[in-house]
Write a protein that binds this ligand. Structure first.
Ligand code: F6P
Length: 453
């Protein structure tokens, strides 16, 4: 709700991302309902309340007729969202193709698709053209809604061309771009046929942000090695124009979770869960069903743990929520069958008449159910000293860490939890967005001062 409230006295922020915070789901030929979208980008940005925000993005369905587009535009306007309508062919080539089949695996070090490299090479150019076309369509909509003084914050690998398109419309637009995935080493980025065009398009932004310092460093190296530009401690310089490049680690809206724990419906669900799993330790995994999340590796490690620790059979359960995603892509369909097969095998091997070791759900859960689960299990992510860090590719190491976590003494558990809790409540999504936008404002003021000198 916070997102939809009018904030007339605050700075206007146009968030441009491929996915809107709500997606339209087709009910009949001409009818849709809106659902909260899943994913890290959406949950981080939904917590940002300091600005008068409008969100511009693809509504998640193809709507070809004017009446349908008008109705959906109206429904989305109530959520302060503006749709960018893309037709089926563009979605296939831009979203399923170039974004999810080329950039996504490359940026996660899975390389370009190998299965039919030649075919990919042939289809590459048409997918890249569709990518540029889609980015231009986003730019057209942004330009229509833009008012002088707005901050335009572009997000993610879907929209690397957007800063360039926006600056071509209006070189005074304040444009930031933030990547929600890793940016790979320049050695990998150089294997991309469109490597230079993409870098140059991103460099049109005033500020370019990454999750970590390493990703920012990789980007700067790609610009120096591939484009021959100059890297400085502040970013990348091209003929006197500086594009600021920096790291802005993301966070969550921690207060929203803390407040929810007081709600009776969350407490009821926590009680239900505690009763349901009484006498067993609960391990929780919540991920989109994506190859980069390592779900098969995780459950194989759990299988190895059960093999090596028979005294834990019946005393531990792995609850894996695997939220379906990109279901039109064959790679994702293959992954779903693979995970089902492994889960079936493990439950067959270690299950009893009354209990199974893995509860696997192929769906998303509502916010209250998620809060109850987090509260019953605790959540450990890559939080430095608080978390147990593992090499996810090494199943033996993960299995050993599962055992260590389950047997961890209470005082160590408490100490680690305190550390993690402090981290997530300090480094929130609000802090992330406020720092990015204030850095963007400063970058522009500094650039204006430089030009005047
Ligand atoms: O990491 C990039 C990202 O945008 C995430 O923030 C998000 O969870 C995911 O991709 C969503 O992907 P899609 O919009 O394709 O479902």
């Amino acid at each position: 709700r916070a997102f939809t409230e009018e904030q007339p006295f605050r700075q206007r922020l146009l968030v441009v991302a491929n996915r809107l915070p709500v997606s339209a789901v087709r009910e009949g030929v001409d009818s849709y309902h809106l659902e909260i979208s899943v994913g890290g980008l959406v949950s981080a940005l939904l917590g940002v309340k300091e600005f008068d925000t409008r969100w511009i993005g693809w509504p998640g369905v193809n709507v070809n007729d004017d009446a349908g587009q008008e109705a959906l535009t109206k429904a989305l306007a109530e959520m302060r969202c503006v749709p960018v309508f893309l037709d089926e062919d563009i979605v296939n080539q831009y979203y399923n193709g170039y974004c999810n089949n080329i950039l996504w695996p490359l940026f996660h070090y899975l390389g370009l698709p190998h299965e039919d490299r030649l075919a990919t090479t042939r289809s590459f150019q048409s997918q890249f053209d569709a990518y540029k076309k889609a980015n231009q369509m986003f730019a057209d909509v942004v330009n229509k809604y833009y008012e002088e003084g707005d901050i335009v914050w572009c997000h993610d690998y879907h929209l690397m061309f957007l800063p360039k398109c926006l600056k071509e419309y209006n070189s005074n637009m304040k444009v930031g771009w933030f990547l929600h995935t890793p940016f790979p080493s320049s050695e990998l980025h150089r294997t991309l046929p469109s490597r230079s065009e993409l870098l140059r398009a991103v460099l049109a932004a005033d500020l370019v942000g990454f999750h970590t310092y390493d990703y920012a460093r990789h980007f700067v190296s790609a610009c120096t090695r591939i484009l021959g530009l100059e890297g400085t401690p502040d970013g990348v310089e091209d003929q006197g124009k500086l594009t600021r490049v920096a790291a802005f680690p993301i966070g969550i809206d921690s207060e929203r979770f803390i407040r929810a724990l007081e709600l009776p419906e969350v407490q009821d669900r926590m009680r239900e869960m505690q009763e349901r799993f009484a006498g067993r330790k609960v391990m929780l995994g919540i991920d989109r069903l994506d190859m980069i999340k390592g779900i098969p590796q995780k459950i194989l490690a759990f299988e190895q743990f059960l093999e090596e620790n028979p005294h834990w059979h019946d005393k531990v359960v792995l609850l894996q929520i695997a939220v379906p995603t990109r279901t039109d892509c064959p790679e994702y369909q293959k992954l779903t069958s693979q995970v089902h097969e492994i889960v079936g095998r493990i439950n067959g091997r270690f299950g009893t008449l009354t209990a199974v070791p893995i509860h696997h759900l192929d769906r998303s859960l509502d916010f209250h159910a998620l809060c109850a689960l987090y509260a019953v299990t605790g959540a450990a992510q890559s939080l430095g000293a608080g978390a147990l860090l593992v090499n996810p590719w090494n199943i033996t190491e993960v299995a050993a860490s599962i055992g260590y976590a389950l047997d961890m003494p209470a005082d160590e558990r408490e100490k680690r939890h305190q550390f993690n809790f402090k981290h997530v409540t300090t480094h929130t999504s609000q802090e992330w967005a406020a720092t990015f936008v204030s850095e963007l404002n400063d970058t522009i003021v500094e650039a204006q001062l430089r030009t005047k000198q």
